[in-house]
Design a protein. Structure first.
Length: 256
């Protein structure tokens, strides 16, 4: 007796080598179309340091929002980036509004001070300013960019990372929960795409030089089995389609 068997789903990359080749052709075509339209279509990074290390080595660096909620927890997990930047740069300093956490970082020997990302002016200008997962927290993003512009050398770069508004995590959580309010940090004031970010920064004397995608760096944080599975699914899909990654990185340069 002949039994009809369904063919495997060709879009799943592990099923068939032909499917992988087809996906590659689609991605190459999409890349060409995006470049023609002036869109941002670039690769996904394994880690942020792939781009920050060459830019920061032996340079002056300002890390805005360096504490990132919890100094001790981030240092324990290996995600307190100012520590890495300090080893790499000729000079590195961090600023944050969390007074108690800044005091703890100072006691641990780090060059960090209390400062507001929207109003801060230093007594020097920097080669590189880094603001990781910060712009979505501020009251006024324009003021933050103006402050960064003041503190940046003419040929310097501003590196931003921010949650990807249309990551697969956000999309799937919204669909599964039948909501347009996926679970997010309650302190976020907005979300960006590369295009909306470009519109904002060009109004404040910057241009986007490069866009990269990445997943969040959890360091050595422990996760539940369910979380591990979700992260693995996200990583697999976003490795094929970087624009669905959890976060994106924008490298900005001054226009005046």
């Amino acid at each position: 007796m002949w039994i009809h068997q369904k063919k495997p789903l060709m879009f799943w990359p592990r099923v068939n080598g032909v499917a992988v080749d087809s996906l590659k052709r689609i991605l190459i075509l999409r890349k060409g179309q995006s470049e023609e339209k002036g869109e941002f279509y670039v690769k996904k990074l394994r880690h942020l340091f792939e781009i920050t290390d060459p830019m920061m080595r032996d340079r002056t660096v300002l890390d805005i929002g360096s504490i990132g909620h919890h100094f001790e927890e981030r240092r324990r997990e290996g995600t307190f980036y100012l520590e890495h930047f300090s080893d790499l740069a000729a000079y590195a300093k961090g600023i944050d509004i969390l007074t108690d956490a800044v005091s703890k970082a100072q006691a641990a020997g780090f060059n960090v001070e209390v400062g507001n990302a929207e109003t801060f002016t230093d007594d020097r200008q920097y080669d590189v300013i880094f603001a990781g997962e910060l712009i979505e927290h501020v009251n006024n993003a324009g003021n933050f960019l103006d402050s960064s512009h003041r503190n940046l050398k003419t040929e310097g770069v501003l590196i931003l990372t921010t949650p990807n508004a249309f990551s697969i995590a956000h999309i799937s959580k919204s669909i599964l929960s039948l909501t347009n309010e996926p679970p997010v940090n309650n302190e976020h004031t907005c979300y960006y795409t590369p295009q909306t970010l470009r519109q904002l920064v060009e109004r404040r004397g910057f241009k986007i030089d490069k866009i990269f995608y990445q997943d969040y760096d959890y360091g050595n944080r422990k996760h539940s089995p369910q979380k591990k599975l979700a992260l693995k699914f996200n990583a697999t899909l976003s490795s094929l389609f970087p624009q669905f990654s959890q976060s994106f990185i924008a490298v900005l340069k001054k226009t005046h």
